[in-house]
Write a protein that binds this ligand. Structure first.
Ligand code: ADP
Length: 494
């Protein structure tokens, strides 16, 4: 079948080598193949011998292979080739080796080929190439900054998001160290120490953890980042991959919140101190005041025959004493409200009688205003008349205080749905819109009124607590410079 003669040891080599060896005649017909070739491609000898080698070469490579072979035959030289063969199982095997030609009397008689099977190397190269491509596209599109540094701390990767966050381009920063660029002065030494410690001991307490720290951008501005560093060993050398997010905005909001919380706490503490002081002071004042009131009462009784001037002074004192008692009681109420002990003693009350009597008894609050009842509902309901009188005294006193130069205050009571609505209207300074929600808060006073009028900022707070405890609502409608109407409702209960 062929005229090739092998020495025994060459045959031994031919049969036992791992390399793929075959001989072709000039037309490319297989004359001889070794067992390594057959087993690698999955054929038996009789399935290969006598067939064209091109039946086994990947179709895309046939033309190329023919050209190389022709060149080898015509020019009597060896050719380095990389040939993809197709196995019987339709898989690709890549052979890398040499093609040579033998001549007899100057005439080419056969070509020989010796290949190494480099398929697995090729595939792993391909895989590496593909994973490199994937890694590159991950770097490019990662939504966080990805920075890679080597053992010498030099930056070897710097993705577009890092450019965006820090302002340095990849070209500007490559080969520089983090300490020279984005690590703020106060952390540099610790960073260098940490790196050396890790390279010496393998211990890295900050590795694979999320930490919040500051960094510098290109213009030297320090800002907050969230940082997670991982370490990977590649070719016996460590690489450190840092994933970074700019959290400066979040930090700003957090800082503002912390500041606000601190302020709130501060004002809460201040309020607590105020409450404590008010509670102690009002208790201390209440005792002598009650005694003075008793003496005054006795003096007024015994003063039937006193000169008119003296009894006038005594009744003035008595009026002022009532005012003082009212104020002290309000201060005591603050403490009671804080402790949830503001007691309500409800009874059935005629609203119109109650309103008339209350307003008559407090007309002395103001000398300049006439307190007018415009509408007065003839209805009975259940409430604590002492507490409700307190509310009305507060609203009417405010109406008088905050409408200097005006001459009337209108009070109405009407039945609406299942409620009784009581309102107190004045034509005074009014309340700016931005303060409307706050005036029922404890100790709150509108700045303007604070400067012109005396007061403690507790009357409306107590009034609203009393109304709320009766199951009602309290609110105000007001226009600056035109006046205010304070309304409150009480449920109609019979
Ligand atoms: P005080 O009058 O002692 O300051 P209040 O709790 O009664 O305390 O009132 C709280 C704040 O509401 C007042 O300081 C004032 O700024 C505003 N205010 C209350 N009533 C009126 C009113 N009728 N007209 C204008 N402002 C008012």
């Amino acid at each position: 079948m062929h005229d090739i003669n092998f020495e025994n040891h060459f045959r031994d080599l031919f049969e036992n080598t791992n390399d793929l060896v075959y001989f072709l005649n000039i037309d490319g017909i297989i004359q001889l193949v070794n067992p390594a070739w057959l087993s690698t491609l999955g054929y038996k000898e009789d399935e290969a011998i006598g067939r064209s080698i091109y039946d086994f070469v990947h179709p895309d490579f046939i033309e190329n292979y023919k050209i190389i072979r022709r060149d080898v035959i015509l020019n009597n030289k060896t050719g380095d080739v990389e040939i993809p063969f197709i196995t019987k199982q339709n898989e690709i095997i890549i052979g890398e080796g040499q093609l040579g030609c033998s001549y007899k009397n100057g005439k080419p008689i056969y070509t020989r080929c010796v290949y190494k099977n480099i398929t697995s190397r090729k595939f792993s190269e391909k895989q590496i190439h593909e994973s490199e491509k994937r890694l590159k596209s991950f770097f490019a599109s990662a939504p966080v900054a990805v920075i890679v540094i080597d053992e010498a701390q030099q930056i070897v990767e710097w993705n577009p998001k890092a450019e965006n966050i820090f302002g340095f381009t990849k070209e500007e920063i490559s080969g520089k160290t983090l300490s020279e660029t984005i690590i703020p002065g106060q952390y540099r030494e610790a960073h260098n120490r940490g790196m050396h410690h890790f390279l010496k001991t393998g211990e890295g307490p900050v590795l694979n953890k999320s930490i919040e720290i500051t960094a510098l951008n290109k213009s030297g501005k320090e800002f907050y980042i969230s940082l997670n560093i991982s370490n990977v060993m590649i070719d016996d050398r460590w690489l450190f991959v840092a994933f970074i997010t700019d959290i400066s905005e979040r930090k700003k909001t957090e800082d503002a919140l912390i500041k606000k919380e601190a302020e709130l706490l501060q004002s809460k503490l201040l309020d607590e101190k105020k409450d404590e002081f008010i509670s102690i002071a009002s208790h201390e004042l209440k005792t002598p005041l009650t005694t003075i009131k008793a003496y005054l009462h006795v003096a007024l009784k015994k003063c039937k025959d006193c000169p008119e001037e003296v009894s006038m002074y005594l009744s003035k004192m008595s009026q002022l004493m009532s005012k003082l008692t009212f104020l002290l009681d309000e201060l005591l109420d603050i403490s009671k409200i804080q402790l949830g002990k503001l007691n309500i003693s409800p009874s059935e009350v005629d609203v119109n009688i109650f309103l008339e009597e209350t307003l008559n008894s407090i007309q002395h609050i103001t000398n300049n205003h006439q307190i007018i009842i415009d509408k007065n509902a003839t209805v009975k309901t259940v409430f604590d008349p002492v507490r409700l009188e307190q509310v009305i005294v507060n609203l009417v006193s405010n109406a008088a205080k905050y409408s200097p130069g005006r001459d009337k205050i209108i009070v109405n009571s009407v039945v609406e749905n299942d409620e009784i609505l009581i309102s107190v209207t004045d034509y005074g300074i009014g309340i700016p819109g931005e303060n409307i929600d706050k005036i029922f808060n404890r100790f709150y006073r509108v700045d303007e009124s604070d400067r012109q009028f005396s007061g403690l900022g507790i009357g409306l707070f107590i009034s609203s607590e009393i109304v709320k405890q009766h199951g009602g609502k309290i609110w105000v409608e007001s226009n600056v410079g035109e006046g205010s109407t304070f309304n409150f409702t009480l449920p109609l209960l019979n």
